[in-house]
Write a protein that binds this ligand. Structure first.
Ligand SMILES: Cc1cc2nc3c(=O)[nH]c(=O)nc-3n(C[C@H](O)[C@H](O)[C@H](O)COP(=O)(O)O)c2cc1C
Length: 202
């Protein structure tokens, strides 16, 4: 393990369960891989713009001259994509917001899921180009979604696994802090997540 990228998206600072657990994962990685370079992409402290018209045009143009003139519009996306592609392990820490991920994390995904960079079309098929990488998802939610009556509302883990699989990252483990808004469960949510961090195969 040489390079690790941690993506954070909760604005709740030290109150954030996903940040607490990401810290725990980081501490484990630092102890286990002292030589590894760990980069942190904090989407709250370093806000990303959404994809705009010049960026989309630069991504889709077939004209090499136009592509050259629009190069600057992709500078940030290129940087984020390179940051991902140069990592062996990706850690994504995300709260559940309105049964989805925060838009800051979606913006990051829109910047890094790039044809020709992280995936390619081969005829009617798609090939993920972000190969030989592992990922850890750290998911915090007010309710419980891994089991029980709300399981079918769990859009976050399936979506993240699907989009990572699309770009070639299939080896994905999940750590959860669930029931953060349910008082009898909330006190166990982070400790349960910490146990799951200890059980990660990394
Ligand atoms: C704007 C917002 C929307 C939320 N939407 C949901 C939701 O749809 N389902 C849920 O179970 N919890 C929801 N919650 C609760 C959070 O998932 C919960 O507080 C979790 O701990 C957030 O992660 P964090 O502690 O890392 O910030 C929401 C919280 C906020 C602030």
């Amino acid at each position: 393990m040489k390079r690790i990228l941690i993506v954070e998206s909760s604005p709740r600072g030290s109150e954030s369960a996903s940040r607490k657990l990401a810290g725990k994962v980081r501490a484990r990685l630092e102890a286990q891989y002292p030589e590894a370079r760990i980069a942190e992409r904090d989407l709250v402290h370093d806000k990303l713009p959404h994809l705009d018209e010049p960026a989309l045009q630069a991504m889709t143009t077939q004209d090499p001259l136009e592509a050259e003139s629009l190069k600057a519009a992709l500078h940030l996306s290129d940087l984020l994509t390179e940051e991902l592609l140069s990592s062996d392990l990706l850690v994504i820490a995300s709260p559940m917001w309105n049964f989805g991920i925060p838009s800051s994390l979606k913006a990051w995904i829109d910047h890094v899921v790039r044809v020709g960079k992280t995936f390619n079309y081969i005829g009617a098929k798609v090939e993920g180009l972000a190969k030989e990488k592992k990922a850890i998802l750290i998911l915090a939610s007010g309710g419980v979604f891994s089991e029980g009556p709300w399981k079918s509302w769990d859009t976050v883990e399936p979506y993240l696994r699907q989009i990572l699989g699309f770009i070639g990252i299939e080896d994905v483990q999940t750590v959860r802090a669930e029931g953060m808004n349910i008082p009898p469960l909330a006190i166990h949510a982070v400790p349960n997540g910490e146990k799951a961090v200890e059980a990660l195969v990394i």
